[in-house]
Design a protein around this ligand. Structure first.
Ligand code: NI
Length: 169
């Protein structure tokens, strides 16, 4: 079990476009395990590889329910190939400290990806599950949820963060 340090905004790795995964080996399995361990420890409901400093197209998403604790799905090279409907709900991010805000997302999405062994995955996701996947796929593109806020809200957050950082120093 390896809990990695979660990288926070404005670190540049969060802005990198993650590279396609072409080799499905033990190193990839280890990366997925680290992502899951780090996500549970935070605790969070999803984590992208960029957030632990590795710009590769790998995310984990919480799929726990009452019957199955600590269950997650791994999405390698995920693509949202279609989206429908829209829903506004509150979001936060382990890489964006002290910030939550309402973000508009598709209510339902169609996803294609690969699993950790390279097998193709294709499925529909709705509501909370769809929201988390959209948030994590954004990470792989170098996008953060604060990019989806109004410029005024983003400016206010940057100001707040600057103050927080100054207080820590
Ligand atoms: Ni995030």
């Amino acid at each position: 079990m390896t809990i990695k340090k979660i990288i926070t905004y404005p670190h540049p790795v969060l802005r990198e476009k993650a590279k396609l995964v072409t080799i499905f080996d033990e190193a990839l399995q280890a990366l997925v395990k680290d992502l899951a361990d780090t996500m549970w420890n935070a605790p969070g409901v999803g984590l992208a590889a960029n957030q632990i400093g590795i710009a590769r197209q790998v995310v984990v998403v919480d799929r726990s329910n009452q019957a199955h604790e600590r269950q997650y799905i791994t999405l390698v090279n995920p693509v949202i190939s279609a989206g429908e409907g829209s829903i506004i709900d509150e979001e936060g991010c382990l890489s964006v400290i002290e910030c939550t805000a309402n973000v508009k997302r598709f209510r339902k999405i169609h996803v294609t990806a690969q699993d950790v062994t390279g097998n193709p995955l294709e499925f529909d996701a709705e509501d909370r599950y769809a929201r988390i996947i959209q948030h994590e796929v954004d990470h792989l593109l170098g996008t953060l949820f604060i990019d989806r806020l109004s410029s005024l809200k983003r400016a206010l957050y940057k100001k707040k963060l600057k103050k927080l950082i100054q207080e820590q120093e």
